[in-house]
Design a protein around this ligand. Sequence first.
Ligand code: NDP
Ligand code: MG
Length: 373
Amino acid sequence: MNKRKISIIGSTGSIGTQALEVIEKLGDKFEIIALAGGSNTELLEKQAQKFKPEYIYAAKPISVNGVKTLGSLEEICSNKENDIILVACSGKIGLKPTLTAIRNGIDIALANKETLVMAGDIVMSEAKKYGVKILPVDSEHSAIHQCIKDISMVDKLIITASGGPFLHKTIDDIKNATVEEALHHPRWNMGRKITVDSATLMNKGLEIIEAHHLFGFDYDKIDVVIHPQSIVHSAVEYKDGSVVAQLGLPSMHIPIQYAITYPERLEGIKSKSFSFSEIARLDFEKPDFEKFPCVKLAYDAGRTGGTATVCLNAANEEAVFAFLDGKIKLYDIYTVVDKLMSKHKVITSPSIDEIFEVDKEIREQTRQLISAC
Ligand code: NDP
Ligand code: MG
């Protein structure tokens, strides 16, 4: 592989730090143009000293000797020196920088699923217009990407879900779950927001919408199956009945590396060799939409389209923050999102400005609803 120039938005987060581990392991395959983070400037400074990017950006004031500080994420994303940008920040801040990079012809390795949930139609059509690749980092979508050879012959996508920490708990356990219990994911160590989404299974809901946009499949052709061991990362069923799945020990290093080195596969960070006999069993079960109604909300929002998914995302994010702040219970995340969704007047083909307006309005309405609880 020719040396690639890369920038990382969200280098101080769970995906960002693992991406730097991958890049370190790959040695001279990458040159880092810019690293960007939010408020953890101490870590960003350390990363800048070690990886020596040309530029850094942080949401808080920062300065590192020998590295230029930029004033916005847009500045990073409009620098055509970049071959690829890894968008690994969480929440809605990923959307504008992603669009800027696309319009500058820069390929995207996309971890930030909220970008596609909020504006998948616009992002994918701009990517097509500018001839830019959107390479999935999310493990399920990376798995599907790895399984697809001839997309026209794929009948159905099958997304696996670990089921999170409450998989076999009762609905009352879920209703009374503490923040600590919700943050204790059995398989993955991730940022706080996505970990709560994994506990309510809203994460799977967001991933269904993400898959719809990335691969262009109708919602009827995207299935979810619970697979607690997180070994099968997702699968596709071809029209001849053959099912191709991607397996591996749970590690985000693999999908991160596959996205940033695509279409090549290079040697990576491998802690141990894969053994079917050690794993011994792989279980699969139907998701329980009564216990985890957020999945159904996401299917409904996806099928409705337009700003329905903007509403879903904004209400969910605010409700998750309120849960983490101890203001509402875990199950209230669903109740709150459902209320906002049912009264939202959908705009069918929104512009980016309309998307941000709806996002802002829904966040305000969600906070009002929660404070009136
Ligand atoms: P984290 O919360 O661990 O990291 C978020 C990153 O975004 C941090 O680097 C944070 O910086 C940065 N950030 C926050 N605000 C700003 C800002 N204003 N400007 C620039 N950067 C900012 O999240 P994760 O790494 O877990 O997740 C990132 C994205 O990837 C999410 O969209 C998530 O859904 C997705 N994803 C994550 C997976 C995982 O395994 N973690 C798996 C699949 C998808 P700081 O810490 O310095 O404030
Ligand atoms: Mg995932």
